[in-house]
Design a protein around this ligand. Structure first.
Ligand code: GN1
Ligand code: MG
Length: 370
């Protein structure tokens, strides 16, 4: 367990009363450090304290501004439609006593706090079709509620986050520099990535740039970013660090990446990585029920491209980090990023084999709502 030597300094800046002896590491994020703290005032919720990784998020004030904009929009919508409880179904950030929703400590680290909703669960691996369906509803509704928020208002917190051309350039650069002498170890993975690079450029083609609408999306729709209640009903979408302008297919693809996989995203045992198609169907059903009101034909056709792109791009990102010597993602063992790369490439292989039937299913679900 990590200790935070200036914990009192940090927590005393926020408008909250917490018991600092209860500090516990929380969650499985690869970028930020998250801790849970007991609320001394009410039993209704606790607090999560997060140290924001400012090597990754270079402009924390702008990141917080994006989050606040999205949170305010979602809460306002719930209040005006009377549908949903804004305190329990949307994240709540805690302000500092000075006003902003983050605090920069004397070491230069950035901190923020939010409510931790009790009686909720997250899953790294989806277990039932009901959970997958609820995940589809949650991320679909999230997109639908943000349709009238202008993407031009959003700051690009990580430039070209899902731009596969740029991601491949970063991989090529790592390969040339080879700072840790690891390139020789990953020839097979590099070949696999090279072999598919041509088929992954869909979202960067001129035609798509002209036809696909940019919308405000989540950009990190892992299934464990949905809080489910104790009855396994979706309650709240969390981790709004990367809300930015993008294509809905990115979020669909990243969600399917974690939902359809029978195991974790970094499973060493590649034979465990197989597709759970009923979970894909259930997610797609829930998603379509929520997005049919706004999604257009071009976007529908792009969804399967997102399903193939996202595991591919994760593989490219994990491998780049492995070659660079693990500077971006937290790792739990020496070759963790290589293991993650292999797992994503195996998943991609499975997805390629089932892409046509998945695409049929997407259209089948979409047509039900026309
Ligand atoms: C990172 O830290 P976490 O788990 O929320 C990453 C995502 C990746 C994900 C892979 C800012 O998210 O893009 O999809 O790991 N976040 C950032 O598990 O790079
Ligand atoms: Mg995240």
């Amino acid at each position: 367990m990590k200790t935070i030597e200036n914990l009192f300094e940090i927590t005393s800046k926020f408008k909250c009363h917490v018991e600092i002896s209860t500090l516990k590491s929380y969650g499985t994020g690869h970028i930020n450090d998250t801790y849970r703290l007991k609320n001394l005032v009410t039993e209704d919720y606790d607090y999560l304290l997060q140290k924001i990784n400012h090597q990754v998020f270079k402009n924390v004030p702008k990141l917080i501004e994006n989050m606040c904009r999205v949170i305010a929009h979602l809460k306002k919508q719930m209040l005006s439609t009377g549908e949903g409880n804004p305190d329990k179904e949307v994240m709540t950030l805690v302000a500092t006593k000075e006003g902003p929703y983050f605090y920069q400590d004397s070491n230069g680290n950035y901190w923020r706090m939010c409510h931790f909703l009790k009686d909720t669960k997250t899953y790294d691996v989806v277990e039932t079709a009901q959970q997958a369906y609820e995940g589809g509803k949650a991320f679909g509704k999230f997109q639908a509620m943000l349709v009238d928020l202008s993407p031009d208002l959003m700051y690009e917190v990580i430039p070209d986050f899902h731009h596969i051309g740029k991601r491949l350039e970063q991989l090529a650069q790592a390969r040339t520099e080879d700072p840790k002498g690891r390139v020789a170890l990953v020839q097979e993975e590099l070949e696999t990535i090279d072999a598919s690079s041509g088929s992954m450029s869909f979202f960067q083609q001129d035609e798509q740039l002209l036809t696909l609408p940019r919308r405000v999306i989540h950009y990190d729709t892992k299934f464990n970013n949905v809080l489910l209640n104790l009855e396994d009903r979706a309650q709240c979408v969390i981790d709004l660090d990367t809300v930015m302008a993008g294509y809905v297919a990115y979020d669909f693809g990243d969600a399917i990446r974690t939902i359809i996989n029978r195991t974790t995203e970094d499973d060493k045992e590649l034979s465990n990585i197989t597709l759970n198609i009923p979970l894909f169907n259930a997610y797609t059903k829930g998603y379509m029920e929520e997005v049919r009101q706004f999604i257009n034909e071009w976007e529908l056709r792009s969804l399967i491209k997102g399903v193939l792109l996202l595991p591919y791009m994760q593989a490219v990102r994990f491998l780049t980090d492995y070659i660079n010597g693990d500077r971006y993602y937290k790792i739990e063992s020496e070759h963790h990023n290589l293991q993650r790369t292999r797992a994503q490439l195996k998943l991609l292989k499975e997805l390629f084999a089932h892409a046509e039937s998945m695409e049929d299913r997407i259209f089948k679900e979409a047509r039900k709502h026309q």
